[in-house]
Design a protein around this ligand. Structure first.
Ligand code: HPA
Length: 270
């Protein structure tokens, strides 16, 4: 694992020598945030040694390096989900790479289903805590001390100072923000009606198929994390309508400008 990390980091540094200070993971339907970056280098995942290989056609993904608000950033356009068949180690491999490239903060976005009954499609939710709903912990196995300690504390996985700063930015720009608990599930099925209700009872405000494993790996690495969900559908509802991937992508697209503004200004302040 460590040899692989070193080889991957060396390869990336041979393509782009500048050290990024912020890592950004872009969620489903939220990829155009990359347009905000003044791009200096792009590396397709398929060119990077040891990077997980995408099995989905036309869904290759890439690392984007460049400037944003005076900061050197690296964005992952496309992430790896457990439901795609990647191992937990593969899902979090890029997060470890970003850390070893030098990032000091990790910012993540995702599309999520609304559980909290006051949430509407298009809402933004700051994640202030999470519940792992049967997602496999990526730290299971021999602990690599260079990553972090065996038993990481998870009392503040999402940094309060970053949450506070984001709320201030939203307030100044008249953007309504929710703040809540994200339940991470494996997917790929959306939840049954009974499961949405169960998640509500358990204290979740939103549910999604990413982020939790990445955040666990980031906390292990000692990286401060900020994460935000776009609510793309609502789980608990009386009507007979279904949830589709297309609906999720469309809702993410529509809410994206608000998310972009907050991410951008937050990164400027880091
Ligand atoms: N459930 C799980 N993952 C999701 C959802 C959902 O309702 N919406 C977007 N990602």
């Amino acid at each position: 694992m460590l040899n692989e990390i070193n080889e991957t980091v060396q390869f990336i540094q041979s393509m782009y020598a500048t050290k990024p200070s912020v890592g950004i993971v872009l969620g489903s339907g939220l990829g155009s945030f990359a347009d905000e970056i003044d791009i200096e280098c792009e590396i397709p995942y398929s060119d990077i040694p040891h990077f997980p290989v995408s099995t989905v056609k036309g869904h290759t993904g890439k690392l984007i390096f460049g400037n944003l608000g005076g900061k050197k950033v690296v964005a992952m356009a496309g992430r790896f989900h457990y439901y795609e068949g990647y191992s937990t180690k593969e899902v979090v491999f890029p997060i470890r790479i970003l850390k070893f490239l030098g990032i000091q903060t990790l910012v993540l976005s995702n599309a999520a289903g609304g559980i909290n009954q006051s949430y509407k499609v298009g809402d933004l939710m700051i994640i202030h805590d999470h519940i792992s709903m049967l997602t496999i912990n990526p730290l299971i196995g021999k602990n690599e001390e260079v990553f972090g300690e065996r038993f990481p504390d998870m009392s503040e996985p999402y940094k309060n100072n970053l949450i506070k700063a984001a709320k201030q930015i939203a307030y100044e720009n008249n953007i309504e923000l929710k703040e809540g608990v994200y339940a991470g599930v494996t997917g790929p099925t959306f939840e049954t009606r009974a499961e949405y209700k169960m998640l509500n009872l358990l204290g979740a405000d939103a549910v999604g198929m990413s982020t939790v494993q990445e955040v666990i790996a980031a906390v292990h690495l000692g990286l401060p994390v900020f994460a935000m969900s776009v609510i793309t559908d609502v789980g608990i509802r009386e009507e007979e309508n279904t949830i589709t991937h297309e609906e999720v992508l469309q809702a993410a697209k529509e809410a994206e400008p608000k998310l972009t503004l907050i991410f951008k200004q937050l990164i400027v302040q880091l």
